[in-house]
Design a protein around this ligand. Structure first.
Ligand SMILES: Cc1cc2nc3c(=O)[nH]c(=O)nc-3n(C[C@H](O)[C@H](O)[C@H](O)COP(=O)(O)O)c2cc1C
Length: 239
């Protein structure tokens, strides 16, 4: 039976079948195995209403390997015009070099970060983009992917600060254990690795992860990571 009903089995943390209408058929890397942590990662960007991408830093120039519908709607590009390119294709003449440098350094160092920058849609119109990026480790260690999300923001600092406060409030409502698990997700660790760091079993990590998504009122890890990064959550301060 296994293999013949691929994709239809419910998995903890998200329910693809129920949300099918809002999903973009995210292109899977051919190396991604059904039921694997990678498949869960790809499904998590399909399940979020926030524009999101996954990039593969093991390939030359860290190309986008998956994109969701919200990203296409925000930028005006179709999926086939996006996959295979580095995310800098959204930058243009008035994109702030400091913001680019911030992202470049975070990619080099494998850390999560948030940068606000001017980006351009396919039709040439500019928008203020609050970009969040975070690493995702592979099972053997080493960064296998980056996850990124893009959000259009206003001109002033005001709404970013409001988002930061709101995110901090939502993170503060989590239990200390849930905050620790979220901090490890932001740092890129998979459930198994997090279990090792926290000295608990993987099943318990999964349970905390599902509970924190419920508490945050969201359906995907990708969105939880964005909220945690906006709130400035870090492993050292997670307790
Ligand atoms: C997951 C991810 C998402 C990114 N999203 C954007 C984006 O939305 N807009 C943008 O201008 N750059 C984005 N970047 C940054 C660029 O890919 C690149 O790292 C940045 O332009 C700095 O490198 P460069 O100076 O070689 O262009 C993203 C990077 C990653 C890893």
């Amino acid at each position: 039976m296994r293999g013949s009903d691929r994709g239809s089995a419910p998995r903890p943390g998200f329910n693809l079948a129920e949300r099918a209408e809002s999903l973009y058929p995210v292109t899977m890397d051919s190396a991604v195995q059904s039921g694997s942590a990678d498949e869960e990662l790809f499904a998590s960007i399909a399940a979020t209403p926030i524009a999101s991408v996954i990039t593969d830093p093991r390939r030359p120039d860290n190309p986008i390997v998956a994109v969701n519908r919200a990203f296409c709607e925000l930028t005006g590009y179709r999926e086939e015009e996006i996959v295979g390119r580095n995310c800098r294709f959204l930058a243009g003449p008035d994109t702030e070099p400091e913001a680019r440098a911030l992202l470049r350094d975070a990619v080099r160092d494998g850390r999560p970060t948030l940068a606000r920058m001017l980006n351009y849609r396919k039709d040439g119109s500019a928008f203020r983009n609050a970009v969040m990026i975070a690493p995702v480790f592979g099972p053997a260690g080493g960064i296998a992917y980056f996850i990124g999300s893009q959000m259009e923001t206003g001109e002033g600092e005001v709404d970013l600060e409001a988002r930061r406060r709101e995110a901090a409030g939502r993170v503060a409502a989590l239990t200390p254990r849930q905050r620790q698990v979220l901090a490890h997700m932001i740092a890129g660790y998979r459930n198994k690795q997090t279990a090792g760091f926290l000295g608990i079993d993987e099943k318990t990590v999964k349970m905390h992860r599902a509970a924190l998504l419920t508490k945050l009122g969201i359906a995907s890890s990708a969105e939880a990571i964005r909220i945690g990064v906006e709130a400035g959550l870090e492993i050292s301060g997670a307790g």
